[in-house]
Design a protein around this ligand. Structure first.
Ligand SMILES: *Cc1c(COP(=O)(O)O)cnc(C)c1O
Length: 285
C-alpha cells in the first residue's frame, strides 16, 4: 500500500469550514478559467466538463468540491477508490445524488435518517473515472464504482476489462491514453499505434470507446504542449471520419490539468482533469 495512505485517513468525512471554503474558492476559480478559455476559443459555454483529480484527498475534501459544483471525479489508484467510495456514496445519497457506476445495490446500508433518491435515474449523477494506471489484478476492485477508465493504453488491458464487464452484464467506458509528449515517465500508447488500437478496442463488447486521453508535455513551451493536444484532436477526428465499428461515441478529449487547461481547451478538450488548482498542492505524491 502506498505510504501516504498510512498517514492520512482518506475515509475522513468531516473537514473544517476554512478548508471547505478554500476548496470551494478553488473550484470557482477553475470554473472561471474554463469559462474564459471557452470564450476565447469561440466555444459554447459549458462545452468543457471539469473532472476533479482527487488523489490524496479525503471524502470530506471531495464532497466540498462536489458541493461547489464539480460534476465528475477522477481517482488514480484502485486502493483509493476502495478507501473512499463508501463515504462518498453515503454523503452523496444524503444530498440526493448518485456517485459512480450504477449497478450497485442502493438498499445496502440503507439508513432511514436520510432520503434515498426516489428514482435512481432521476437523481443527479456524478460519474467516477479512473485516471491512473490499472493493473489487471485490480480490475474487479474498481468495477462497482468506476464508469470510465481513462488510462487504457493496451489491447490486453481493454480485453481484460471487457471480459470482467461482460460477466457482470455491464459495459465500461474507456478512453485510449496516448503518450503525445513521448516522455518516458508517462504512460499511454505511442501516437503511431493509437489508430489501430482504437479500432481494436472499439470492436470489443463489454467496453465502450468514449474518446482519447493524454497528459500534456512537461515543458514550458506553449507551442510544444499545444502540438500534443492538437495531435490528439486530430486522432479523434481520424477515428470519427473512418467510421470504424464501435466508434460512434468516441467523442471525448480528456486533456489539460491545473497548469495547461487553457491550452487544452483552445485545442478542443472536452474534459479537463484538475487537482492542485482546486485543492492546493499535494502533501503526498
Ligand atoms: C494528478 C493528475 C491530474 C491533475 O493534476 P494537477 O496538476 O494537480 O491539476 C490530472 N491527470 C492525471 C492523470 C493525474 O494523475
Amino acid at each position: 500500500m502506498t505510504a501516504y495512505m498510512d498517514h492520512k485517513d482518506l475515509a475522513n468525512e468531516v473537514i473544517d469550514e476554512v478548508r471547505a471554503q478554500q476548496i470551494a474558492d478553488g473550484v470557482h476559480r477553475v470554473m472561471d478559467r474554463i469559462a474564459a478559455a471557452e470564450e476565447r476559443a469561440g466555444r459554447p459555454a459549458g462545452d468543457v466538463r471539469l473532472l476533479a483529480a482527487t488523489k490524496t484527498r479525503d471524502v470530506g475534501e471531495i464532497m466540498a468540491a462536489i458541493d461547489a459544483g464539480v460534476p465528475m471525479i477522477g481517482e488514480n489508484r484502485p486502493q483509493e477508490v476502495v478507501a473512499k467510495i463508501d463515504g462518498l456514496r453515503y454523503q452523496c445519497k444524503q444530498r440526493g445524488y448518485v456517485i459512480g457506476a450504477y449497478d450497485f445495490d442502493l438498499t445496502v446500508d440503507a439508513d432511514p435518517t436520510y432520503a434515498e433518491p426516489e428514482d435512481l435515474k432521476e437523481a443527479p449523477f456524478i460519474p467516477f473515472h479512473l485516471i491512473g494506471q490499472l493493473q489487471s489484478n485490480k480490475i474487479s476492485k474498481i468495477l462497482p464504482t468506476v464508469n470510465t477508465v481513462e488510462s487504457v493504453d493496451s489491447l490486453e488491458l481493454a480485453e481484460k476489462i471487457a471480459r470482467r464487464c461482460m460477466v457482470r452484464g455491464r459495459s465500461m467506458g474507456v478512453l485510449l491514453e496516448v503518450n503525445e509528449s513521448g516522455e518516458e515517465s508517462k504512460s499511454g500508447c505511442a501516437p503511431d499505434q493509437a489508430l489501430e488500437l482504437a479500432e481494436q478496442i472499439a470492436a470489443l463488447g463489454g467496453v465502450e470507446l468514449q474518446g482519447l486521453m493524454t497528459v500534456g508535455a512537461h515543458v514550458r513551451d506553449e507551442r510544444r504542449i499545444r502540438e500534443g493536444f492538437a495531435h490528439l484532436r486530430g486522432l479523434r477526428e481520424r477515428i470519427q471520419s473512418l467510421g470504424m465499428p464501435g466508434t460512434a461515441r468516441c467523442v471525448e478529449l480528456s486533456m489539460g490539468m491545473s497548469g495547461d487547461l487553457e491550452y487544452a481547451i483552445a485545442e478542443g478538450a472536452t474534459i479537463v482533469r484538475v487537482g492542485s488548482a482546486i485543492f492546493g498542492e499535494r502533501d503526498f505524491k
